[in-house]
Write a protein that binds this ligand. Structure first.
Ligand code: BDR
Ligand code: CA
Length: 323
């Protein structure tokens, strides 16, 4: 069993990652921290509670709200992809009787804010805790800057972020999570804890289409399946307009998938740095993925390939078909 902490700017694919992790017995989700990114952190926390409210959980992880803004740059969001509420607009949906269709779980937040909650948990499970950031790296970097000694106890970081050999999704150069807070990303890559990345180069290989989701759901209508259908709808329509496929990339679930089934991925070691100036290449992850030409000691493991069919089968078995 792996102890993990998920740090998320919870939008549509983040919610899928959270569900995937919570439905995986190999993982124990100790805590979920929220951070501004896809939408403002307050809405992220609400989205997390809405997501958890659709699951029948025996145990609720510690929930802590984190940073409102990146380390130095102003907040950029991606509401155009995830909807103004980050969940495709469903957070305010009403049932025919006028009650909320997706009420947030009523559960108290930790009194410790994101970075402090992370430090506290790393201290408690020093050498054991794996951090899984699937949003901008602000909370993680702050925790490292505030208490580097404690944060040396992080076992490993498995993050969704970055792009190397294809176009980015914010600019041609940059992927959203790194673009949103490049300073934070640079802190994380230079900190010295082992980092594994699932960048866009692999997440763009894994698309969940409407047809596939509907086929897997097979007319079942549990609360969770309804949530999966409704929360993904606007994002799928967005991607259809942009890329011609009515589906969405399973960016954040891939980081969870790596923890569960690393053999589905091809991985290389690399020395990764981040372009921090706020210019044309802001947020670019720079790394030589051709190991034989590496000119610096590696600081990251980068996923460069994924068995997309097997991953999708595994993900759907857990998220749609699992109990
Ligand atoms: C990343 O950006 C967010 O919009 C997604 O949730 C994912 O974490 C992909 O670039
Ligand atoms: Ca995310």
């Amino acid at each position: 069993m792996k102890r993990i902490l998920i740090d998320t700017d919870i939008g549509v694919d983040d919610a899928l990652a959270v569900i995937f992790a919570l439905k995986s017995p190999e993982l124990h989700v100790e805590a979920i921290t929220t951070v501004s990114g896809n939408v403002h952190v307050e809405q992220c926390t609400r989205n997390l509670l809405i997501t958890l409210g659709c699951m029948e959980l025996k145990e609720i992880p510690l929930i802590s709200q984190g940073e409102e803004a990146p380390l130095t740059l102003p907040l950029v969001t991606s509401a155009h992809v995830h909807g103004s509420d980050g969940l495709g607009g469903i957070s305010e949906s009403l049932s025919p009787d006028g009650t909320r269709l997706y009420p947030p779980l009523e559960w108290p937040l930790s009194s410790m804010r994101g970075p402090d909650a992370i430090i506290d948990l790393v201290n408690r499970y020093s050498g054991e805790l794996i951090l899984v950031p699937v949003g901008p790296l602000t909370n993680i970097a702050k925790a490292m800057l505030n208490n580097p000694t404690a944060m040396r106890g992080v076992r490993e970081i498995v993050l969704m972020g970055g792009v190397f050999e294809i176009y980015g999704n914010v600019t041609t150069q940059a992927e959203f999570n790194i673009y949103a807070d490049p300073q934070a990303a640079q802190v994380v890559f230079n900190f010295g804890v082992p980092v594994t990345m699932t960048p866009l180069d692999v997440t763009h290989d894994v698309v969940l289409t409407r047809d596939r989701l509907d086929a897997e759901a097979n007319q079942r209508n549990t609360r969770l399946i309804q949530f999966l259908r409704d929360s993904t709808q606007a994002c799928m329509v967005y991607h259809q307009g942009r890329e011609g496929v009515k589906g969405l990339y399973l960016h954040d679930p891939l980081a969870i998938g790596y923890l569960l089934q690393p053999d589905l991925f091809d991985v290389v070691d690399a020395y990764v740095q981040v372009e921090t100036p706020d210019n044309l290449t802001r947020g670019r992850t720079v790394g030589n993925l051709r190991a034989h030409r590496a000119d610096s000691a590696p600081n990251a493991r980068v996923c460069v390939g994924v068995d997309a069919d097997r991953f999708l089968r595994f993900f759907l078995d857990r998220v749609v078909d699992g109990h």
